[in-house]
Design a protein around this ligand. Structure first.
Ligand code: PHE
Length: 406
């Protein structure tokens, strides 16, 4: 699925029956004897397992439900659009599903192959061997289907170990939807065609609502383990760049069956989109860290009552970056994401960008040099404070990663 990540960048988805539903969700993980709280309740430290503190601390933030936050504004716009597409079908709107899921829900139930990269500990925040912070909102769909829902739209924070730059952050937000249709084996192929059309119409309408009636878009065939056929919707941006904005498809028969449905009687569509990516495009937000900043100069620019089109972010002054290089020999199993994670843990949001700038082999050993760009969104950094962070990053890297500093 993450051959194409529907996240924030080009590399890669009414009303509260769901509050009750999220109570049910508490029992989805069997590796805890205690109940798993909804994301609106603080996740207790005792559940943190192997997740780094700097990530765990953010599990209770819920940016997608914060009044006047751009992600919340976008979520509500999309929710009401989807609900209005079909008055006879009530979508269950979920905003408080716990981000703790089992690998069964996140991967197995969705037919993600056992050797798929998204399952690796270098890509995913595992709590223990079988429990993790969800890597996509689709993780909830089989459970929601099993609980009898016919249509749902779920929004939440998802977690991926990733590179560090202006469009990647280890936590981002997705909206995932599905809708079921009654069918029977005789008319199944016809119905599947109609369902595909319905899906595409809903999403093209959504794209028009968000990007304006004149927006140009195209469908691209793609692959997700849990949908077939699968598509991406791309929008022509600034007349010169095709941007992928969402992934979708018809739910795989086996996913339906695994969710307790008879695929001869029921078919359905699903889609998923990354909210930060959309919000960055729509509101001209240049750096993904801004969503987390509480600086008034950012916060004040967004309001639940403003019209979507009237919200264009006006950058406050850009502060100068400070760059540092860090080189080491790799001794064992090392993944670049491990370095990025360490940098985020030590430098937090003061780190704007991390990149390998030099790589060579000598006597069978690999040497890497990372460039780490420090830049605050709010103020000028001093060399003294950056040097301090840099020294503790060197120390952490030397202690916790299988490398020898050069
Ligand atoms: N879960 C997919 C992702 O994160 C997106 C998706 C959702 C695609 C539903 C198809 C259907 O990349």
């Amino acid at each position: 699925m993450y051959a194409i990540r529907l996240t924030t960048n080009p590399r890669l988805f009414v009303f509260s029956t769901l509050r009750n539903y999220s109570n049910n969700v508490r029992i989805i993980s069997n590796s805890f004897s205690t109940k798993i709280p909804t994301s609106h309740e603080p996740l207790p430290e005792s559940h943190r397992g192997r997740v780094p503190t700097n990530i765990w601390e953010k599990t209770n933030t819920n940016l997608h439900t914060k009044p006047n936050h751009p992600l919340n504004i976008l979520r509500k716009t999309i929710e009401s659009h989807i609900q209005n597409t079909d008055e006879s079908c009530m979508f269950n709107m979920n905003t408080s599903l716990s981000p703790i899921v089992t690998s069964e829900h996140c991967f197995d139930d969705l037919l993600v192959p056992s050797d798929h990269i998204s399952r690796n500990a270098s890509d995913t925040y595992y709590i223990d061997d079988n429990t993790l912070l969800r890597t996509h909102m689709t993780a909830h769909d089989p459970y929601l289907l099993r609980s009898g829902m016919k249509a749902a739209l779920s929004t939440g924070d998802v977690y991926r170990r990733d590179t560090v730059d202006r469009t990647h952050y280890p936590i981002f937000h997705q909206m995932d939807a599905f809708k079921l249709y009654q069918t029977n084996s005789l008319i199944k192929s016809k119905t599947r065609h109609q369902i595909e059309n319905d899906l595409k119409n809903v999403l093209v309408d959504l794209a028009h609502t968000l990007f304006g009636q004149g927006a140009k878009f195209r469908w691209v065939n793609t692959y997700f383990p849990f949908t077939t056929p699968s598509f991406e919707l791309e929008i022509l941006w600034n007349n010169d760049e095709w941007l992928e904005v969402l992934g979708c498809g018809l739910l795989h028969n086996e996913v339906l069956e695994k969710s307790g449905l008879n695929s001869d009687e029921v078919q359905g569509w699903a889609f998923g989109l990354g909210l930060e990516r959309l919000a960055m495009i729509l509101f001209n937000i240049p750096d993904i860290r801004l969503f987390w900043c509480t600086d008034e100069r950012f916060v004040k620019q967004f309001n639940d009552n403003f019209h979507l089109k009237d919200m264009k972010f006006k950058p406050f002054s850009a502060f100068p970056p400070i760059e540092k290089h860090l080189s080491f020999w790799v001794n064992g199993q090392f993944h670049e994401n491990d370095f990025c994670q360490t940098a985020r843990a030590v430098g937090g949001d003061l780190i704007e960008h991390v990149e390998v700038i030099d790589r060579f082999q000598r006597n069978g050993q690999e040497s890497l040099c990372f460039n780490v760009v420090f830049r605050s969104l709010h103020r000028s950094l001093t060399h003294v404070e950056v040097n301090e962070i840099y020294e503790s990053l060197r120390q952490q890297v030397a202690t916790n990663l299988p490398v020898t500093l050069r």
